[in-house]
Design a protein around this ligand. Structure first.
Ligand SMILES: O=C(O)C1=C[C@@H](OP(=O)(O)O)[C@@H](O)[C@H](O)C1
Ligand SMILES: C=C(OP(=O)(O)O)C(=O)O
Length: 430
């Protein structure tokens, strides 16, 4: 994909359904009795991997445009797959499904692409093993492929060293198959879609937040049954983020992004845009499927640098590549700290972001847990090495719009992982 300098992005758009919520709706629907209807589902490759895994375990799932009908068979209704479950590029599929598979009475192996098979799985192997699960890394390197055999699960309390919704959710889902109570405390609250949605499906799940601190605990007990739901998935704020940035950065722009999920455990980018001086407002705030939703109006703004650190990091972790692009265009210096988790995403995003920003002429310093970005100088067109990371492709497509000269995004098709219609949405604003 080749892109260049532009002005005047204008219009009203919607973004596809939230990736985290789409995954969970399929998984919980498969474990519920009855048909779960999911509307505004994200048809991205990651969520299609989740559908494929459950089809291979005997769940009938029908797709019609962006609606999905999951014919759940109850908590004990999955059957042994005849092949290795293919989790593709999706960390969320891998870690959440492992919690579910730990509670089944059959063996499974799951494996993904090269990026997925190099991401750390010890973070789930350790707590699931403590619960009595039989889960191991086939190559013995604490990465996928993972082999999971039946085990007797019991509830534990797990003090997680990372604020990770995937780790938290994996343990809570195994907790549905464990004796007694299973609880997870995390150092800062990560996205809470599992807690909100499992409750809607009828699971006995509770969450508490340490008063005056940042620690958060969620706990669950097993139950007889989950109950099928009708879910309209809010627009994904992680996808909206690229158009928020485009609206702020591209001269003479005004973009309205409709029906975006603004759950406070996900909406850190909105706070950062405000801190950077962005003209951004929320309209028509309402609730859908237990999640807060709003329209987001953005207008071109003069941005200034900021510091991003601490408990806000998990609420914007996937948005850091595009926030880094905004920081490169802003006046002054932006410091991003406490974000070492970026190293274990689809790529090492500290490296992929800083290498590509440098290629565009930005003065940026990678650090052990983030980066320091000196903003304000005009970006130059460059060849962007996405290394097949969808968020890098999208973030640098927006950088290209404010850069002098042409930018070539290598392997831009990788946007299909979370936003197959990304370039089509973009055309609506021209
Ligand atoms: O639970 C989820 O749906 C996700 C959690 C986050 O990962 P971690 O839990 O590893 O932080 C995020 O980066 C990922 O895109 C989706
Ligand atoms: C990190 C991401 O997803 P996952 O962990 O599910 O692969 C992402 O979408 O940026």
């Amino acid at each position: 994909m080749e892109l260049s300098n532009i002005t005047g992005l204008k219009g009203k758009i919607t973004v596809p359904g939230d990736k985290s919520i789409s995954h969970r709706a399929v998984m919980f629907g498969a474990l519920a009795k009855g048909t779960t209807e999911i509307h505004h589902f994200l048809n991205g490759a990651d969520c299609l991997s989740t559908i494929d895994c459950f089809r291979n375990m005997g769940i009938e799932i029908k797709e019609k445009e962006t609606s999905v009908y999951v014919h759940g068979k109850g908590l004990h209704g999955l059957s042994k797959p005849s092949c290795t479950l293919n989790v593709g590029n999706s960390g969320t599929t891998t870690r959440l499904i492992s919690g579910i598979l730990a509670g089944q009475s059959f063996e499974t192996t799951l494996s993904g692409d090269d990026s997925l098979n190099s991401r750390p799985m010890k973070r789930i192997i350790t707590p699931l093993t403590q619960m009595g699960a039989n889960i191991s890394s086939v190559a013995g390197n604490n990465c996928a492929p993972l082999f999971i055999a039946p085990g007797e699960l019991h509830g534990i309390h797990y003090d997680s060293p990372v604020a990770s919704a995937q780790v938290k959710s994996s343990i809570l889902l195994a907790g549905l198959y464990a004796d007694g109570e299973t609880s997870v405390t995390e150092p800062a609250l990560s996205r809470n879609h599992t807690e909100l949605m499992l409750k809607e499906f009828g699971a006995p799940i509770r969450s508490t937040f340490e008063i005056g601190g940042t620690k958060a605990t969620a706990s669950v007990r097993s139950c007889e049954e989950l109950y099928a739901q009708q879910i309209t998935v809010p627009g994904d704020i992680s996808s909206a983020a690229y158009f928020i940035a485009a609206g702020l950065l591209v001269p003479d722009s005004e973009i309205l992004i409709q029906n975006v999920g603004i759950n406070s455990t996900r909406a850190g980018i909105l706070k950062i845009c405000e801190e950077m001086g962005g003209d951004i407002s929320l309209l028509h705030e309402h609730t859908s499927a237990g999640e807060p939703v709003a329209d987001i109006l953005v207008r071109t703004s003069k941005l200034h640098g900021t510091t991003i650190e601490g408990a806000i990091i998990p609420t914007l972790i996937d948005e850091i590549p595009i926030i880094a692009v905004m920081a490169a265009a802003a006046e002054g210096t932006t410091f991003i700290r406490d974000a070492a988790e970026l190293k274990v995403k689809e790529t090492n995003r500290i490296e992929t972001v800083t290498d590509n920003l440098k290629a565009m002429g930005c003065e940026v310093l990678p650090t052990n847990d983030g980066m320091v970005i000196k903003g304000g100088s005009k970006l130059k067109g460059a060849t962007i090495h996405t290394l097949l990371d969808h968020r890098i492709a999208m973030a640098f497509s927006i950088a290209a719009l404010i850069a002098e000269g042409n930018t070539k995004i290598l392997d831009s098709h990788c946007v299909d992982v979370s936003y197959p219609s990304f370039y089509d949405t973009f055309e609506q604003l021209l």
